[in-house]
Design a protein around this ligand. Structure first.
Ligand SMILES: NC(=O)c1ccc[n+]([C@@H]2O[C@H](COP(=O)([O-])OP(=O)(O)OC[C@H]3O[C@@H](n4cnc5c(N)ncnc54)[C@H](OP(=O)(O)O)[C@@H]3O)[C@@H](O)[C@H]2O)c1
Length: 416
């Protein structure tokens, strides 16, 4: 019975198509294209599946702060769905061991082991690097990725100095110690940033010059200068946003210095974890891994970018919410313009004043027409002195003022 129906279904399908084609060719074309699309989507899924799960190419990944929250959720997904062996970083060995057992129980796999690591402590990070080196040496393999997930702030009730030390210096400590064990050609570094970073840069806590600084890669000394500046604010929220904004600057620097690696920073979204409990976040940790998975496995167009929780590129100076258009070059140009630079490098208020001066010139020409009772061309052909004077005033005034403003125009009206 089953055999008959399976064998006959393609025949019935073809007959149906012939019938529809005879009614109207576009109807059958539509059905055919739909089935092709379905086939290619299925093929794509199976290819992705092959790439991520089935190739047998086990990927070794370190996730710091993975004993709970987003790090733990990511670890479970990496082990169960992406054929990874995860070194589950935890500063507390007991909590870490508990999490390792939880991952094994949830996934039914053993591809996870504890790595004790406190990212705020140089000695702990170095000791973790040594342990990792032994573990990797035993299997003569390299690490595929480092996920700098450990972080603190908000409900953890940590002081600003600890927030900045953990969130900004922590990833640097980890990368410095563990980089020799990372695959130097295909390796990836994924840093957990936050929408609070762009919120801080776009907010009112920084001067215009400082804001511009936060849009570029920063050297370690510059980062330390900014940490000292943020600490003076003595505000946990500024410390958290600032720590993540500086992490973005560090990410860009890493991408610059290691062009062979794929380095990213991302926002996981507003996720309910120990860090945010009671603050209105409702999404479970498993939903905070969209951009993490993208940055770990997809071919990215560039290194050093900041990704939103929906997996789309986001700006560093402005909060982009999921569902809003992806940040792109056009966005950047519009923003640059609003920051004071026009298409030819003209200063913003030069462009505005250019328009105003042209309007004044127009009024002058109009006045000339009213006073002399002649149009512009007639004034010139008649050799009318008043007409010439008005036209000269309008021309020299417009051009002169525009050039002067383009060179001298100040940018005091920049609005972030
Ligand atoms: N939840 C959100 O809405 C949200 C939004 C944006 C960004 N993020 C970022 O996402 C990352 C994960 O946060 P989460 O929401 O999953 O919070 P979480 O559940 O509280 O997890 C934070 C993890 O970081 C660990 N940690 C803190 N300080 C550490 C240190 N010095 N050394 C090693 N590990 C340390 C914690 O270990 P213990 O268990 O020992 O404390 C814990 O494992 C953080 O970087 C956070 O800034 C979260």
């Amino acid at each position: 019975m089953i055999a008959t129906s399976t064998a006959s279904s393609p025949v019935v399908y073809c007959l149906l198509l012939l019938l529809l084609h005879s009614l109207h060719p576009s109807v059958s074309a539509l059905i055919l294209s739909g089935s092709t699309a379905r086939t290619s989507v299925a093929a794509l899924r199976s290819t992705n599946n092959d790439d991520n799960n089935m190739s047998g190419d086990l990927k070794r990944i370190l996730v710091t702060g993975a004993n709970t929250g987003i790090g733990l959720a990511l670890t479970k997904q990496l082990v169960s769905e992406y054929n990874c062996h995860v070194y589950l970083g935890s500063r507390n060995p007991e909590r870490g061991a508990f999490a390792v057992e939880e991952v094994k129980k949830c996934t039914g796999k053993d591809s996870v082991e504890l790595l004790t690591i406190n990212v705020s402590d140089d000695a702990s990070v170095q000791s973790a690097a040594n342990t990792l080196s032994e573990k990797l040496g035993a299997s003569s393999s390299k690490l595929y990725a480092i996920v700098n997930n450990a972080g603190t702030g908000f409900c953890h009730n940590t002081p600003p100095s600890e927030i900045l030390d953990t969130n900004t210096r922590g990833p640097r400590r980890v990368v410095d110690a563990i980089l020799p064990h990372l695959d130097s050609t295909n390796g990836r570094i994924v840093n957990l940033g936050s929408g609070a970073g762009p919120g801080f840069v776009g907010g009112n806590r920084l001067s215009k010059e400082r804001k511009m600084r936060y849009l570029n890669p920063m050297e370690e000394e510059e980062i330390e200068e900014e940490i000292a500046h943020i600490l003076k604010m003595n505000d946990e929220y500024a410390a958290y946003g600032g720590s993540k904004a500086l992490l973005a600057c560090y990410t860009m620097k890493l991408a610059q210095v290691h062009p062979n690696l794929s380095v990213s920073i991302l926002s996981p979204g507003y996720i309910c974890t120990d860090m945010t409990r009671g603050m209105g976040a409702s999404k479970p940790p498993e939903e905070g891994t969209v951009s993490l998975i993208k940055c770990l496995f997809e071919d990215l167009p560039a290194s050093g970018w900041f990704w939103g929780s929906d997996g789309l590129r986001s700006p560093l100076h402005y909060m982009r919410n999921p569902g809003e258009p992806e940040y792109d070059v056009l966005f950047e140009r519009q923003w640059n313009f609003n920051q004071g630079r026009g298409p030819w490098g003209l200063k913003k208020n030069a462009e505005i004043w250019n328009g105003r001066v042209a309007q004044v010139a127009f009024v002058v020409v109009l006045l000339q027409e009213l006073i002399t009772g002649k149009g512009v061309i007639a004034s010139i052909t008649d050799g009318d002195a008043v007409g010439y004077a008005f036209l000269g005033l309008a021309g020299v005034g417009t051009l002169g003022l525009t050039i002067w403003l383009a060179i001298k125009g100040d940018e005091s009206d920049i609005v972030f």
